[in-house]
Ligand binder design. Structure first.
Ligand code: GLU
Length: 287
């Protein structure tokens, strides 16, 4: 399988220097390996995705000198594939319906001394709805509920991945993901949000597999989520790509750039007359 990587932005705001770094790095690595570079539009959150941001993504990346294969995959066109996988997981009783509100979860998760336990997806779900499952695999999936992964069933000690870059604590090489870590530090993550019918984790794992992605190159902010992706790949019988997490681009105060940092948007730099070489220099890709 040829080296295949992707840049997978959400069209919910302007691309900033951090996105530029990630996209250029993935693009250049694919080119150096004689491999494939894909662009994927992660627009499952239709309440935040906007066509104008999608258009800006294309313009900015083209301006940076990147090229990618067409057609570009858009996650909003893949909802039926995500649904089919959820149906399968439901029939296998690997997921269950959850009707808890945020408030319910916070109240049930808070421990008097320790506070609220947090995982890569926010508050670790206390498992309230996990018990409501007698024969559930034979009933249809309820419409008005989130669907959670039953981590106690999905977790195994047999999962690991190769980190070809470096995680936030210097993690590199083969990273073992233990069942204790999955159950205690991650828990029953949502695989389908009530308002979306899917989730970032499910979509990204299915799409990486469907597109034959061999190398996932992305920021260290997603390192913790990789354990979720790998346990899902194991559950779904999908190949585990090589992960390459890269450093994050920070502002002068050391804060990670976010979509709202319009001042560092590529568009702004373009408008001010910067060149693509200037951007490469700003993110430390050329001296
Ligand atoms: N869509 C995600 C983001 O914009 C990136 C997903 C990924 O690279 O796995 O942060």
């Amino acid at each position: 399988m040829p080296f295949t990587t992707r840049f997978a932005p959400s069209p919910t705001g302007p691309l900033h220097l951090g996105h530029a770094y990630s996209a250029i790095l993935a693009h250049d690595m694919a080119r150096a390996a004689g491999g494939r570079f894909l662009l994927r539009i992660e627009d499952i959150d239709q309440s935040r995705a906007r066509p104008e941001w999608e258009a800006h993504i294309h313009d900015d990346l083209r301006w940076l000198g990147l090229s990618w294969e067409e057609p570009v995959l858009r996650q909003s066109d893949r909802l039926s594939a995500y649904r089919a996988m959820l149906e399968d997981l439901w029939a296998r009783e690997a997921i269950y319906a959850c009707t808890c509100t945020r408030k319910d979860i916070l109240e049930a998760a808070s421990a008097p001394q320790e506070g609220v336990p947090m995982g890569p997806d926010g508050v670790i779900y206390p498992g309230t709805c996990r018990g409501n499952r007698s024969d559930h695999g034979r009933r249809p999936i309820p419409e008005d509920a989130a669907l959670r992964l039953d981590m106690t069933r999905a977790a195994t000690d047999a999962v690991s991945f190769i980190e070809a870059g470096v995680g936030p604590q210097g993690e590199t090489g083969r990273i073992a993901v233990t069942s204790t870590q999955l159950i205690q530090n991650i828990g029953d993550v949502v695989l389908a949000r009530r308002d979306m019918g899917t989730s970032y984790h499910l979509s990204v794992v299915l799409d990486d597999a469907a597109q034959g992605v061999t190398h996932v190159i992305r920021g260290q902010d997603l390192f913790e989520a990789t354990a979720i992706h790998v346990v899902l790949q194991n559950l779904l019988g999908l190949p585990v790509p090589i992960y390459h997490h890269h450093r994050l681009i920070r502002d002068a105060q050391g804060k990670r750039l976010a979509k709202r940092d319009d001042a560092r948007s590529i568009l702004k730099y373009r408008q001010e007359g910067a060149t693509p070489e200037d951007v490469r220099r700003m993110v430390g890709l050329t001296p």
